[in-house]
Design a protein around this ligand. Structure first.
Ligand SMILES: Cc1cc2nc3c(=O)[nH]c(=O)nc-3n(C[C@H](O)[C@H](O)[C@H](O)COP(=O)(O)O)c2cc1C
Length: 343
């Protein structure tokens, strides 16, 4: 057993990926923690009140360690009104979208969530899309909270370590959902895990955890050989019966091959990997013209909500990693974790 597992009292070197958007309930995350892996609540898109309710429910369902994941707000350039109007005309149901949140409101939401995490003595907290402010890092550390950062390059991993992260999740380009990148990338390429793990493991001294495209024990063992001390798994949990995945989404997950996904910013303004669908095909030529995150996300929300209600997978975000082609059998949390950790 490695040190990070001892710190978090884990018996399995697996983190269930936080998956925002109502997919991961406390029931799923607690089932993971109760199996000796790290269950994760995702605070993205949740109000602070909803997050508090989930933490309380989680603490009733498990006395093991779990983590809360938080999005770090980014500064952005406000787009031209003309471009906003063009997207409003193009995105179905965009007229029903609420007004855009300001950066100040996003930071207010972030700080409220930090206070809730501190108040309820959550023992692990992970961040994506950036580095939290130093005051939050210090307050969490003082409370004995283990801090987990997300990096997509060795450079981001180094910066996260310098800022005090105890563990770094390395997210390869195979991963489902949003990329956690926060530094501008020099060059054109996104790194796959095979290259990212050894480069980042050599560059930092804190434990690194591999995320992206891992769906069975072979992936877990390969990540370990490359220098990772554990894995973070997202897409395979989507197929577990404890996951709140809609019928249309589940149908697409079952059907998809690994080659059916790609990165797109068309839903939210930030690159994320999902199963290619009608919206992505129709707007492919507009990838470079999306509004910055989270503005594009705000405008597409009514479209996605309407599509989910109509069971129309063409206009929903179908986040999935490249392991999606391996999800051919129904599973539950216990069976999936047993398979991942089989020796
Ligand atoms: C549906 C979905 C939602 C996600 N939401 C989050 C999130 O809220 N926060 C986060 O840090 N990562 C999120 N991710 C990314 C995961 O943390 C992780 O990097 C990814 O799932 C690993 O790749 P895999 O899906 O191939 O296992 C999400 C991934 C998926 C598939």
């Amino acid at each position: 057993m490695t040190e990070w597992m001892k710190v978090l009292s884990l018996t399995k070197p697996v983190i269930q990926a936080p998956m925002a958007g109502g997919l991961v309930t406390p029931v799923l995350a607690a089932a993971v923690s109760n199996e000796g892996a790290l269950g994760s609540l995702a605070s993205g898109y949740l109000s602070p009140d909803m997050l508090e309710k989930q933490i309380i429910e989680m603490q009733q369902l498990t006395d093991r360690v779990f983590q809360v994941n938080v999005f770090v707000p980014e500064s952005r350039k406000e787009p031209d009104e003309d471009i906003v109007q063009t997207w409003k005309n193009k995105i179905p149901c965009a007229e029903q979208a609420p007004s855009f949140s300001s950066e100040e409101e996003e930071w207010d939401d972030f700080h409220k969530k930090m206070n809730i995490i501190l108040k309820h003595n959550v023992k692990a907290c992970s961040f994506t899309f950036g580095i939290p402010p130093d005051e939050s890092i210090q307050a969490l550390k003082k409370n004995g909270c283990c801090l987990i950062g997300t990096a997509t390059t060795p450079q981001e991993a180094v910066l996260l370590e310098e800022c005090g992260m105890d563990i770094i999740v390395l997210q390869g380009s195979e991963a489902g959902g949003h990329r956690g990148s926060f530094l501008p990338v020099s060059g054109e390429s996104t790194l796959g895990l095979m290259s990212l793990i050894p480069q980042a493991a050599d560059a930092v001294s804190v434990p690194v955890i591999a995320a992206g495209g891992i769906a069975d024990r072979r992936g877990v063992q390969a990540a370990h050989c490359l220098g990772a001390q554990g894995v973070q798994i997202g897409t395979p949990f989507l197929m577990c019966e404890e996951c709140e995945v809609s019928e249309a989404y589940r149908r697409e997950l079952k059907k998809a091959q690994g080659t059916d996904t790609r990165l797109t910013a068309l839903f939210s303004g930030k690159p994320a990997r999902g199963i290619v669908n009608q919206w992505m095909k129709e707007q492919q030529a507009e990838e470079a013209n999306v509004l910055p995150y989270p503005l594009q996300n705000t405008l597409t929300k009514p479209m996605r909500k309407h599509a989910a209600k109509e069971k129309d997978s063409g206009y929903m975000s179908l986040w999935a990693g490249q392991s999606v082609g391996m999800l051919n059998r129904p599973a539950d949390v216990k069976t999936l974790l047993a398979e991942l950790c089989r020796t």
